[in-house]
Design a protein around this ligand. Structure first.
Ligand code: FAD
Ligand code: SIN
Length: 489
């Protein structure tokens, strides 16, 4: 089977093609539909939403009316530059400019990205937490029960699927991007069916939003970061799709920059599971701390992910499990737990966290744990400086620590979480080749792209990049479609 696919009369004119149904793809598709361009969205998975639907802490935006402070200025830009580290600071001047323009676009567009979700799409993002590496609280989530990823994805998807110009094809794995001369002209994809070699060909401008490769443990992770083999992951197993774009000339960058998130839950019912539920960074952002086996802290829990993970791997004991894991406890008081009541309810129901008392935690009674928690409580109350330099304590409220003080705890370990590397792109979401030239007819957005975050992505900035660069890609693909392809009558 081959040839142009014609699912409905409306889509007989070449559609714009969006590959990937995570937040980057849905943001691009929303803009295409806004401009009345028909869209066919292809996703290899049986269900839409990608890793985006699992997002648990929220989306960054600064300044916004939801933030509890108004002192942002250019702090979000600066925090992102600092977090990007060496890949940014040591690059050539042209490359440095490209990366700085990406960061400027990301951070300056962040208020409108949040308002697009809250005001245009009626998604509640009224709660704001401070995550690691951020100098201000700027990660937005809703006040209700739904985690932010699920709330955002289901709302955008519902709105798109009501539109007759939109069609989603699941279990449609893109296997080839088509290029004629200097222009991308469509894709080929495979669906489950009788002939495993059969492909369907679709023509149109292409937005690539296929996500990262942290779930490609045996393939791209082995190729670019064999030293991380054996670590569990938050990402479901799936191949990375960057090679499909390399085959049509796209350059890739920072492919060895892989984010290891310090806190994946160790499920007592399946401690060595290779795919783990994430212990959302908001748990630390709202006040949570990390304890070693001996009841002591080892780091500022709101350092960036790279810093916390490195400190954890150095200080904590390794476990004897088939997956590479460490022994660390995440602890929240009732103030932090109440601020994240819906998350806590879910984690407790899943058996990943439990309610207990400080006194029950220490192997030798309350002594060390009580002392550690009291020292932290003193810093949170402003009575002392925190021993690890922590400045933000979220909603931690426990002041006088007793052995019967109620806390919530769970075991956590580092997990591969996000890939900073990907295809080289510019602030217009255009994909670039080895010599910096634009590949016409092709745009990319979200985790499939590389270079924006350098060596460490700040928590909350991935959903943000999906919205910012996804919408830019959708607008640009719409303009291209209107100019070069037949429009719908
Ligand atoms: P995805 O959402 O992963 O979507 C990509 C889609 O492309 C998938 O559905 C996939 O099936 C499809 N696809 C891939 N290859 C092909 C192909 N060849 N053909 C067809 N389809 C294909 N970030 C934040 O900013 N805030 C958070 O709170 C947050 N929490 C997170 C929690 C978890 C557990 C995880 C795993 C990640 C979290 N992240 C968070 C990171 C963020 O969710 C992802 O980086 C981001 O959502 C990626 O979006 P995307 O649209 O680029 O890709
Ligand atoms: C988390 O909830 O810790 C994930 C946030 C992110 O990856 O941005």
């Amino acid at each position: 089977m081959s040839g142009l696919s014609t699912p409905s009369a409306l889509l007989q004119a070449s559609p714009a093609i969006v590959v990937g149904s995570g937040l980057a793809g849905l943001s691009a598709a929303s803009q295409l539909i806004f401009h009345h361009v028909p869209v066919v969205m292809l996703d290899r998975a049986p269900k839409p939403g990608g890793n985006s639907i699992k997002a648990s802490s929220g989306i960054n935006g600064a300044p916004t009316r939801f933030q509890p402070c108004d002192t942002e200025d250019t702090a979000f830009y600066t925090d992102t530059v600092v977090s990007a580290g060496r890949p940014l600071s040591s690059s050539t001047s042209t490359e440095r400019l490209r990366r700085e323009q990406l960061i400027a676009t990301l951070t300056q567009s962040s208020p409108s990205a949040v308002y697009w979700l809250t005001d245009d799409n009626a998604i509640d993002l009224s709660k704001v937490a401070q995550l690691g590496g951020h100098s201000h609280p700027r990660t937005h989530r809703g006040a209700g029960k739904k985690p932010p990823g699920s709330a955002i994805i289901t709302t955008l998807l519902d709105s798109l699927t009501r539109d007759p110009l939109f069609e989603l094809r699941t279990q449609a794995k893109v296997t080839k991007v088509l290029r004629e001369a200097d222009e991308v002209t469509g894709v080929e994809y495979k669906s489950p069916g009788t002939d495993p070699n059969a492909t369907t060909r679709l023509s149109g401008p292409v937005v690539f939003a296929t996500g990262g490769f942290a779930g490609d443990a045996q393939g791209m992770m082995m190729r670019y970061r064999p030293d991380l083999a054996g670590l569990p992951s938050t990402n479901d197993a799936r191949e990375g799709s960057q090679p499909l774009l390399e085959q049509v000339g796209a350059a890739v960058v920072d492919m060895d920059q892989v984010q290891v998130h310090p806190t994946g839950f160790v499920d007592p019912a399946d401690p060595a599971a290779p795919v783990k539920f994430l212990a959302a960074e908001a748990l630390r952002g709202e006040g949570g701390i990390l304890l070693l086996e001996d009841g002591k802290r080892f780091a500022n829990e709101l350092g960036n992910r790279e810093q916390v993970t490195n400190a954890l791997m150095k200080a904590a004991s390794r476990l004897e499990t088939p997956t590479r894991q460490w022994e660390v406890t995440l602890l929240l008081d009732e103030g932090a737990a109440t601020a994240l009541a819906a998350h806590l309810e879910f984690y407790v129901w899943k058996g990943l966290m439990r309610k207990t008392t400080v006194g029950e935690l220490g192997k030798t009674g309350c002594q060390t744990v009580c002392q550690t928690v009291q020292e932290y409580a003193d810093a949170a109350a402003g009575r002392t400086e925190d021993a690890f330099g922590r400045k933000a304590f979220g909603n931690w409220s426990l002041g006088d620590v007793q052995s019967d003080s109620v806390v919530y705890v769970g075991k956590v370990t580092p997990v591969t979480h996000f890939t900073m590397g990907g295809v080289v792109f510019n602030e217009y979401s255009q994909v670039l080749d080895q010599s910096g030239g634009v590949i016409r007819g092709l745009w990319a957005a979200g985790e499939v792209t590389g270079g924006l975050h350098g060596q460490n992505r700040l928590g909350g900035s991935s959903l943000l990049e999906c919205v910012v660069f996804g919408r830019i890609a959708g607008n640009a693909a719409a303009a291209f479609h209107q100019k070069h392809y037949k429009t719908v009558p």
